[in-house]
Ligand binder design. Structure first.
Ligand SMILES: Cc1cc2nc3c(=O)[nH]c(=O)nc-3n(C[C@H](O)[C@H](O)[C@H](O)COP(=O)(O)OP(=O)(O)OC[C@H]3O[C@@H](n4cnc5c(N)ncnc54)[C@H](O)[C@@H]3O)c2cc1C
Length: 656
């Protein structure tokens, strides 16, 4: 570490709230004793009641923030109950207790009230300091302006059409998906001469260079490249690739060749489903390793993993090059990932709020506890300030209790005949219990075996297999985007950098929120990192990536972010020390729900019961929701499984 360089980068500026607690000492919950964990939280027992309690405005390390996961990790490690003491009975009873305050848990509370009546008493517990789960809101102030960012869930979008249930909920929340074009300025960056670019870094490609991205539609990026020959010619002229690599690239994207002649479409798909796209590129299409390196990180925004671990069949579905001459019939092949199956209806069902689907979470909270979020429409929710002190009031039929980790969920008696469930949760230094007639576990499936020991072993194994995809969603507030304008870049794919993608915010203005319209105005840059370990099986990559995210300090992340800005947009005049005004790293070691992959999951290729079907079975008075229940990392899945779970406990389909 070099102090001079740190100063140049602005590491000493103190503009961001650095969570020094986040270091290795707290990681994986291994180093702190439960008593210390509980005592550390004690000071914060009633902090939600303070008028200053406003998590969306916190910067630094967010997402799974320090302090949110220690009780759960301690449970996992078998150390929690050694020191937790006897739980205190609150005496509270509910008709339903929901574990997990993400979109699934909040939807479950909503559907349950529709089934059981609005007087039904519901408690929602979440271990984070904010509600919404992955649907997280980040706020920044830029003088008098508030800037918003999405800390997780980006948009209403799903590779497959929303179900009637999910669509009805979106409508009920007042969101008119078809009205989206009213709010977005799709031409803003193009009209300023900005286009998607690729950043080649010196260490990997021999030279630092920003080059036009010639792919017309780039996965995970919101803006189109200029199509056609001119962009390709410019890319081939400027990219720091060998002449062989350039020739290979050009051949790959322009030639229509059948790389598997003599096979039927079905046979080809079966082959492609069993090889990675990297193998297809290197061994079948025969392109140089430089080209493989260039493509490697492209699928990370959707799949959370690189092309070493995504099948060639999925790459075909996602529109990657090399398949145009292969005469593949358009029907999805066996074992295709749902992210890779194109669907026009789904493509057209898109809506992005400036804080992403945190607006959905906020609209749900408004339905459940109207006093907590002022306003009446899906437009005015964008600027509404949530009143966190209202979330957990005794006289309210619905209560949302944050900073509360469920640590034990068990039937009161035999699950087959019990009249209720007891839920123990850790909060503010103590363990408490509440009782409920029913419980919905809308939390991450890997957590469930540790809190609900009564479940059958086979179900626990299925739940444990739902290991999430780790990732960072980083928002960087900057003073202006003049350097981006100078370099003509709106969205940058940086395959070998710490964050592989960095995009200027989508230009959406809604409900009084005004996006940045001119290069001299402040803006939020959204960055994505997936901590992949190429060459290993997908689940192993996710496990190692998760460990990496839990054990990397914010300071290291911040330095990497500043260095990345310096090397990519520094040549356009960007000065990280002066031009970065805040950094929020949304760390999601347990990020996207794991989606089945034909390279590693035989059952997905060959058929049979999937682990998520085993995992989500109701058990006595306990039902199981969350997006993990459908092994599908989308909001509609979280909603659909909330609806199913409510139906299971109420024994009838709830109204929607
Ligand atoms: C970074 C990111 C970006 C995404 N982008 C999109 C997108 O653009 N569009 C889209 O449709 N989907 C997207 N998804 C997927 C989408 O966010 C999820 O499918 C959906 O929001 C999941 O909701 P959920 O309620 O099932 O889970 P979560 O949002 O994960 O909520 C579960 C909650 O339970 C809590 N919990 C866990 N254990 C306990 C416990 N023991 N006690 C109390 N609480 C507990 C968790 O901390 C969490 O807050 C994205 C996901 C991520 C991670």
């Amino acid at each position: 570490m070099n102090d001079g360089r740190d100063r140049e980068l602005g590491m000493g500026r103190g503009i961001t709230r650095r969570d020094f607690l986040n270091g290795v000492a707290l990681t994986a919950g291994a180093a702190m004793l439960p008593s210390q964990l509980l005592a550390a939280a004690d000071m914060e027992a009633t902090r939600e009641q303070s008028p200053d309690y406003y998590p969306p405005a916190l910067t630094g390390l967010r997402g799974s923030h320090p302090g949110s996961f220690d009780a759960a990790h301690s449970l996992r490690d078998g150390t929690f109950w050694e020191q937790a003491g006897t739980p205190l009975e609150t005496g509270e009873t509910y008709d339903l207790a929901v574990v997990g305050g993400g979109i699934s848990g909040l939807s479950a509370a909503h559907f349950f009230r529709k089934a059981a009546g609005s007087n039904a008493r519901v408690l929602v517990l979440d271990n984070h300091d904010d509600f919404g789960g992955h649907a997280k809101r980040n706020e920044f102030s830029a003088g008098p302006r508030t800037m918003l960012g999405f800390g997780g869930t980006f948009a209403i979008e799903s590779p497959a059409p929303y179900s009637p249930v999910a669509k009805a909920l979106i409508r009920e929340l007042g969101i008119d998906v078809a009205s989206y074009p009213k709010y977005v300025n799709e031409n803003l960056y193009r009209s300023c001469g900005l286009y998607p670019k690729i950043f080649f870094d010196k260490e990997t490609f021999g030279a630092d260079r920003l080059v036009i991205n010639p792919m017309t539609r780039i996965s995970g990026e919101s803006q189109d490249s200029p199509a056609g020959a001119a962009a390709l010619a410019s890319f081939l002229r400027e990219a720091p690739l060998s002449s062989q690599a350039k020739a290979d690239y050009e051949r790959l994207v322009t030639e229509k060749k059948d790389y598997l002649p003599g096979l039927s479409s079905q046979e080809k798909k079966a082959r492609l489903a069993r090889m990675s796209y990297n193998s297809f590129l290197a061994d079948v299409a025969g392109v140089s390793p430089e080209v493989v390196k260039l493509f490697q990180a492209r699928p990370q925004p959707s799949f959370g993993i690189g092309f070493d671990a995504v099948s060639a069949q999925d790459a075909w579905g996602a529109g990657e090059p090399g398949f145009e001459g292969m005469n593949l019939d358009p029907a999805p092949g066996k074992g295709m990932n749902r992210d890779a199956i194109p669907n026009e209806e789904a493509d057209n069902y898109f809506f992005h709020f400036p804080d992403g689907n945190a607006s959905i979470a906020r609209l749900l909270v408004r339905k459940l506890i109207p006093q907590a979020i002022p306003g009446h429409s899906s437009e005015d929710v964008v600027m509404a300030r949530a009143n966190y002190a209202r979330l957990d009031k005794e006289n309210s039929p619905v209560r949302i209790r944050l900073n509360s980790t469920a640590v034990r969920v068990k039937h009161q008696g035999d699950p087959a005949s019990a009249r209720g469930v007891e839920i123990a949760y850790a909060r503010g230094g103590k363990v408490y219990t509440v009782r409920a007639a029913h419980c919905i576990l809308a939390c991450w499936h890997v957590v469930i075996p540790h809190i609900c020991e009564q479940l059958p072993d086979r179900q626990k194994a299925a739940l444990s297999s739902a290991a999430k995809v780790p990732l960072l969603y980083t928002n960087v507030a900057i003073r202006n985007w003049k350097a981006f304008e100078k370099l003509g870049a709106s969205a940058i794919y940086a395959p070998s950098c710490y964050h592989s993608h960095m995009n200027l915010d989508l230009a959406v203005s809604i409900g009084g929120y005004e996006c940045s319209r001119k290069p001299d105005e402040s803006i939020v840059v959204h960055m994505l990192k997936t901590p992949c370990k190429p060459g290993r099986p997908a689940r192993e990559q996710h496990l190692l990536g998760r460990i990496e995210l839990f054990s990397t300090t914010f300071e290291i992340m911040e330095r990497n972010i500043r260095e990345q800005f310096a090397s990519i947009v520094g040549p356009g005049g960007f000065d990280p020390a002066n031009d970065i005004t805040a950094i929020t790293v949304n760390r999601w070691p347990h990020g996207y729900a794991y989606e089945y992959n034909s390279l590693w999951d035989q059952f997905w290729l060959e058929g049979g019961e999937t682990p998520c079907e085993v995992a989500r079975k109701a058990f006595g008075r306990i039902a199981i929701a969350n997006a993990d229940a459908g092994a599908y990392a989308y909001t509609d899945c979280a909603i659909d499984h909330a609806y199913r779970a409510v139906g299971e406990i109420t024994k009838k389909a709830p109204k929607n």
